[in-house]
Design a protein around this ligand. Structure first.
Ligand SMILES: *Cc1c(COP(=O)(O)O)cnc(C)c1O
Length: 343
């Protein structure tokens, strides 16, 4: 198979339509057989459920080439399960988990020429999503739904070394108690746009959100979970019902415990602990970057500088990041079932 002629090392994180995408319809109370399509456009009725009442859930994962030349995906079964849970919370018919994984395989196989070669740092980012398709005007779930997966080649998150970022504590809240913070839905992003645009305008890479009920505990950023390392070298992982269960975070916790013999402390993390300099490293985790180190947090003018500094990722986060990347790329032996070989 001949690869597409792309400048793989210099791709950005942006959308580029590729040859095939997967489409399946839910009609008359059942999922129809899905198929690959050449058409990147979705034509909707003006009153479609997704357009009026934002009935949409999504996922994000990557297909990439390992050291030994195979095209693989990382733990797609967890994306399937999470999207199933997200859909149920939104009163949308959940897409069957085994079919989700099969559809991922079909899309990647059909677009193998778009999967970046090993060593470029680039990946084929896959975006499964589901939305309310039929018209809805009285507030109710749609009757019909569409499930799709498209892919887009994206560049390495960090070019020329992993650089720590500066983030701020947001004045806005991300997720209400007993709300939708734990599911992956576009609506959680829609309401974060104002916070991220103003954060960027003020020179911050991201917003840290505190818990909406008491504003005393660390939650996550708009699109990534947060991890800390304390003075004893323990990995401290914020725990809350309103944090999105990141697959990268769950994988890193496993790696820290079973590969690096670190102690893990999953618990509510109070903002005061951060102000009191209880932590020596901090980072964001998610599919795209694996870990982005945080060097500095600005809380309304109060600056928290982590000892790891603004030049380099701290030693514990570095080991965790390299080990998980090694597992993903086939350089370190993976736990059973983590790597799904496609080609
Ligand atoms: C997708 C997402 C993450 C990261 O999850 P991964 O499965 O690691 O990619 C974290 N927080 C939010 C709010 C997200 O939407």
């Amino acid at each position: 198979m001949e690869k597409k002629n792309l400048d793989w090392e210099n791709l950005t994180f942006s959308y580029q339509p590729i040859d095939k995408r997967y489409v399946a319809m839910y009609k008359d109370g059942a999922w129809q057989e899905g198929e690959l399509s050449d058409d990147p456009n979705v034509v909707l009725n003006e009153c479609a459920g997704v357009l009026q009442y934002a009935q949409q859930v999504f996922e994000g994962l990557k297909a990439y080439t390992t050291k030994d030349g195979h095209i693989v995906c990382f733990r797609p079964d967890l994306n399937a399960r999470r999207m199933y849970d997200s859909a149920q919370r939104m009163e949308m018919p959940p897409y069957p988990k085994d079919k989700f994984v099969e559809a991922i395989k079909e899309v990647v196989q059909a677009n193998a020429a778009w999967v970046p070669p090993y060593g470029t740092g680039a990946t084929l980012y896959l975006r499964p999503y589901e939305f309310g398709y039929s018209s809805v005007i009285g507030v109710a779930p749609a009757k019909d739904y569409e499930f799709r997966i498209f892919g887009t080649p994206v560049g390495p998150y960090f070019k020329g070394g992993v650089k720590p970022i500066t983030v701020r504590v947001s004045d806005f809240d991300r997720a209400a108690p007993r709300g939708t913070g734990h599911i992956k839905a576009g609506l959680n992003y829609a309401m974060s746009m104002h916070a991220i645009v103003t954060a960027h305008a003020e020179g911050f890479a991201e917003n840290i959100y505190l818990d909406a009920a008491t504003r005393t505990k660390v939650e996550e950023t708009g699109g990534a979970n947060i991890l800390f390392v304390d003075q004893d070298g323990t990995l401290v992982v914020p725990k809350s019902d309103t944090i999105l269960p990141s697959i990268t975070r769950r994988s890193l916790v496993y790696v820290a415990e079973h590969y690096l013999n670190l102690k893990i402390d999953e618990r509510p993390v109070y903002w005061q602990e951060v102000l009191d300099h209880k932590f020596v490293e901090c980072g964001l985790c998610g599919t795209a970057a694996v870990i982005s180190p945080i060097g500095r947090i600005n809380d309304h003018g109060t600056i928290i500088d982590f000892p790891s500094g603004m030049e380099e990722i701290g030693p514990v986060m570095k080991k965790m990041r390299e080990t998980l990347l090694g597992i993903q790329m086939g350089e370190v032996e993976a736990p059973e079932g983590w790597i799904m070989r496609i080609l």
